[in-house]
Write a protein that binds this ligand. Structure first.
Ligand code: NAD
Length: 297
């Protein structure tokens, strides 16, 4: 297929590279020279402007930092594309911005999907991302072969914006669960409960969660978790803070009494000011510090 790809950062670069590897014809644009160089090395045809990347394309993929940028870029590229081009935005953005982007694409005579991802840079490189897709059934069917090149799992969640809804609901739950687990671990430390005993009980009891059994925020019980690697991400605190901010906006905009989601956004916003680059599971160290508790040996 003839694909335009805009946004060749940590995620976009390996996603575009996988499309090239699968035999697609990729025109790529990013304003940053290093990103352009990488895309060229990966076999994409790099063009000097966003509008050139969409001209004559069947599918246009965007992987950008935020919703304002997606709407700005759509303002430039929608008029430059052939009628009926399929626009797939894979960025994580506000549900409201995702709906606006889709409406503008349709009003300009195109088709649109929101398709945010989970799986991080490693998943993008391996082509095993999970895509959460919002948009019309026929447009989903048209985008599926392209998404399947970059992803291991592609789920059609509903109409425009509902892919973003799935993403922020999941990440709100993850943020809340990581804070709750970390508070329980630090309380256990104060009460003389070892991390291993905590794990052995809770991992098979009613407090069990993905945060504990796959991503345990203290070193030891789950050797592959970032806690064993000095909290190198994984999923950086800055990204969790962004997603919780989007969730808090959605709670407010939709009149949901989401007290824990809102509080988790505040907790991560504060932690992010000190420790944006470490994995989000390092929140346990902040809770421990604020509780005047020493880390166990
Ligand atoms: P990034 O900052 O590494 O990449 C964004 C890229 O967009 C940059 O290369 C930037 O130069 C480019 N860009 C900026 N303005 C542009 C424009 N006008 N036209 C074309 N390109 C432009 O970010 P990332 O980590 O790749 O994340 C991209 C999106 O994916 C974000 O919305 C993020 O929340 C989401 N996401 C990231 C991860 C992750 O682990 N990094 C995981 C899931 C989702």
């Amino acid at each position: 297929m003839k694909i335009g790809f805009l946004g060749l950062g940590h995620m976009g670069a390996p996603m575009a590279a996988n499309l090239v590897k699968a035999g697609h014809d990729v025109l790529a644009f990013d304003p940053v020279p290093a990103a352009q160089e990488q895309a060229r090395a990966d076999g994409a045809t790099v063009v000097p402007t966003a509008t050139e990347a969409v001209a004559g394309r069947e599918v246009v993929i965007t992987m950008l930092p935020n919703g304002k940028l997606v709407l700005d870029v759509y303002g430039d590229i929608l008029p430059a594309a052939e009628p009926d081009t399929l626009f797939i935005d894979c960025s994580t953005i506000d549900v409201a911005d995702a709906k606006t982007a889709a409406e503008r694409a349709v009003a300009a005579g195109h088709r649109a999907l929101d398709a945010p991802v989970s799986g991080g840079v490693a998943g993008a490189a391996a082509g095993t991302l999970t895509f959460m897709v919002g948009g019309a059934e026929a447009d989903f069917a048209a985008g599926l072969p392209v998404l399947e090149v970059m992803g291991g799992k592609v789920v059609h969640c509903g109409g425009a914006g509902v892919g973003q809804a799935a993403k922020i609901c999941n990440n709100m739950l993850l943020g809340v669960s990581m804070v709750a687990l970390s508070e329980a671990l630090v309380l256990g430390e104060k009460l003389g409960l070892s991390h291993q005993s905590f794990y052995d009980v809770v991992s098979t009891a009613s407090g069990q969660s993905w945060s504990l059994t796959t991503y345990c925020p203290v070193p030891g019980p789950v050797p592959t978790s970032p806690a064993n690697n000095d909290y190198k991400p994984g999923f950086a605190t800055a990204l969790m803070t962004k997603d919780l901010g989007l969730a808090a906006n959605a709670l407010r905009d939709n009149g949901v009494d989401g007290q824990l989601g809102t509080l988790a956004a505040q907790i991560y916003t504060r932690f992010n000011q000190a420790d944006a680059a470490r994995d989000f599971s390092a929140i346990v160290t902040d809770i421990r510090d604020r509780s005047n508790q020493e880390a166990p040996e």
